[in-house]
Write a protein that binds this ligand. Structure first.
Ligand SMILES: Cc1cc2nc3c(=O)[nH]c(=O)nc-3n(C[C@H](O)[C@H](O)[C@H](O)COP(=O)(O)OP(=O)(O)OC[C@H]3O[C@@H](n4cnc5c(N)ncnc54)[C@H](O)[C@@H]3O)c2cc1C
Length: 364
């Protein structure tokens, strides 16, 4: 009757009312439960770093299981065109790149579980155990944390349904060519928003920055503020927030609100980029794995700034380069403190972490 949605009808006619992701994934043939109790390697996260780790781990003979909370691909999977990944001179769509990686990992024998969120990590002697939200668990000799970052979502009516259809989070600069000649809006007043505004202004008709605060200078570097002032087609609306997004198949209009007066205005807009910060969502590692002040996972030399190993470290050697304060638990990609935030570096760190897993297994 339309009140309990979504409704999914499977090919055999079964009706699933408001199914959980895991139930839906299982019904469409995706693996959601591990086939074994114990592995050589558990990879947490199915973005470029996790997929890289799964490809190298499985191809080098490690019994590998990858656990992804939604679908594989990560942030890269949302990118319409990755232009700077080695070997693709004409660019490659992020979903194509990561889908190929998923198939490659599976072909080498990695188990890939989707719609399974990891919510805890335990050390049980030599075993490293990751816990799932339903209370089940899987253990291994080693773990690679490749959970990336999640862009903070803007909470305004209409936005969620238009994400990917004119509304983008984070460094979606690959969309720039599609914005040629259009009016573009950007939410955010920090450097990432400023850089994106200047980049998009090269081709867009106009770029308007929507900033909640009274000026840009408190949140953005001086050089960027100056460049924005000098750019003829970049405009700044301070004291302005986004109230709603409108459109059926693609973004069409935005409702903007003046914070001081409460006055609202409807503007035509086909492109909206949101730059309100990214967070690594690593709260579930609290008490086990050390993180920096912003929640990014610390590893290797960052754990020994004064030459001394971290507290409770009981091995004769210092942590390997991508190893956390828990021996045998490694980190790769955007989730790592001070990481490069690039597809190539995430894949590279996934491969390197596997090399270090081998070294760890040989010595333990
Ligand atoms: C729109 C967009 C365009 C981009 N374009 C480019 C580009 O052109 N070139 C470039 O080099 N870089 C680009 N980037 C950056 C690049 O995509 C990232 O640096 C890269 O994806 C990082 O990979 P990752 O595997 O470390 O993390 P992510 O890609 O963030 O993947 C992490 C994965 O872990 C999963 N996960 C998180 N927590 C859990 C948990 N508890 N349990 C299970 N799974 C979990 C997430 O669901 C996600 O799938 C772009 C980013 C975006 C958003």
């Amino acid at each position: 009757d339309g009140s309990r949605l979504p409704l999914v009808i499977t090919p055999d006619g079964t009706a699933l009312v408001e199914p959980e992701d895991a139930e839906l994934a299982a019904r469409v043939g995706l693996a959601t439960t591990p086939t074994a109790d114990f592995y050589d390697l558990v990879v947490v996260g199915g973005g470029p770093a996790g997929l890289g780790a799964a490809v190298y781990g499985a191809s080098e003979g490690l019994r590998t299981v990858l656990v992804e909370r939604s679908a594989t691909g990560g942030q890269a999977g949302q990118s319409s065109r990755i232009e700077n990944y080695l070997g693709f001179p004409d660019g490659v769509s992020g979903s194509q790149l990561t889908e190929r990686a998923r198939r490659q990992a599976a072909r080498f024998g990695a188990e890939i579980l989707t719609a399974r969120e990891v919510t805890g990590l335990e050390v049980n002697g030599a075993a490293r155990t990751v816990l799932f939200s339903d209370g089940s668990a899987v253990s291994a000799h080693s773990v690679i944390l490749a959970t990336g970052v999640s862009y903070r979502q803007l909470d305004a009516p209409g936005l969620a349904g238009l994400t990917g259809c004119g509304v983008f989070y984070g460094s979606a600069l690959t969309e720039a060519s599609a914005c040629q000649g259009h009016n573009v809006y950007i939410v955010g007043g920090a450097n990432s928003a400023g850089q994106a505004a200047l980049y998009l202004a090269r081709g867009a008709k106009s770029v308007t920055l929507l900033v909640r605060g009274p000026s840009l200078s408190a949140s953005m570097s001086h050089y960027l503020v100056q460049q924005i002032e000098d750019a003829p087609n970049v405009f700044v609306r301070t004291g302005t927030v986004l109230d709603a997004a409108h459109g059926s198949e693609h973004l069409e209009q935005l409702t903007l609100r003046d914070v001081a007066s409460g006055h609202t205005e409807l503007v035509d807009a086909h492109w909206l980029f949101v730059f309100i910060g990214a967070a690594p969502l690593t709260g579930w590692l609290e008490g086990t794995v050390l993180r920096d002040g912003r929640g990014f996972i610390m590893a290797g030399p960052d754990l020994t700034p004064d030459g001394r190993p971290p507290a409770d470290w009981d091995l004769d050697r210092p942590p390997y380069h991508l190893e956390t304060n828990v021996p045998g638990v490694f980190v790769a990609g955007d989730a790592r403190s001070e990481s490069a935030k690039r597809v190539a570096s995430a894949v590279g760190e996934g491969a390197m972490a596997v090399m270090l897993v081998h070294r760890y297994l040989e010595q333990s």
